[in-house]
Design a protein around this ligand. Sequence first.
Ligand code: AMP
Ligand code: MN
Ligand code: MN
Ligand code: MN
Length: 285
Amino acid sequence: MTILNADLHCHSTVSDGTLAPEALAERAKANGVELWALTDHDEVGGQHRAAQAARALGLPYLSGVEISVTFAGLTVHIVGLGVDPDDPQLVQGLAHTRGGRERRAREMAQQLAAVGIRGAFEGALKYVGNPELISRTHFARYLVEAGVCHDTHEVFRRFLTEGKPGYVEHRWATLGDAVRWITQAGGIAVIAHPARYAHPNPTQEYALFAEFAAHGGRAVEVVTGSHSSAEAVRYADMALEFGLAASRGSDFHSPDESHTDLGALPYLDGRLTPVWELLAHRILH
Ligand code: AMP
Ligand code: MN
Ligand code: MN
Ligand code: MN
């Protein structure tokens, strides 16, 4: 059923969101979400809490994760839905992926200090809920607090992105590893927000889709908080061209920062196969 208010992408304090898993579950329920997944970056530490909170609210739940991948020099995000959060290979792969974040954060702080912004490492840490998951989002919140920028979007425009102070190149998981960890843990791999990647040419985007499918990836986010309606049409066509199922998720991080609230998204195009039809056996009630 394509007409389902599924929201299969959001973040809690276990990664770079500002709400706890329980508060997200309540917000999803209140907003009319009918199927929910928490997809923290490189971390499944919030999955049991999210599933339990959803169950108490009568909200059907799919376990989830969003894995950081380096593909052809770009950072790409791969969402995993319906994974067993206790799968040892997945847990180990994610721990390895998180590994370099603290060292990267210290280098980011050094670069920021060089342009006159002091104490950014300690400042970002104040916003971190999970010590293994310091992200650029936490730096962005500190730079707003310090009065350097008005909001986190301005921070990413002026800092923390390629070519700007505070950007440190980082090697994440490989595409093949991320898809395999998800698939072997019983889940389905999904290309997250495909319009957000600065592929140097269309061929590289086709290569991402083709290699993803060759590794066993089966779905793509078509409707997300970071796609325009034109982008949703473009990726609906790509889903059909590559034989991929379609996902839908807000990528909600915070009531103060996110443009799209939980569940507040257009429905999937009726031509598409919703990813939740492939995951009926993994839904927790
Ligand atoms: P990291 O995994 O540490 O590289 O941080 C990536 C996170 O930064 C993303 O998941 C978003 O939450 C956030 N982010 C990246 N780019 C932007 C942007 N332009 N505006 C706001 N948040 C962003
Ligand atoms: Mn994020
Ligand atoms: Mn993402
Ligand atoms: Mn996300």
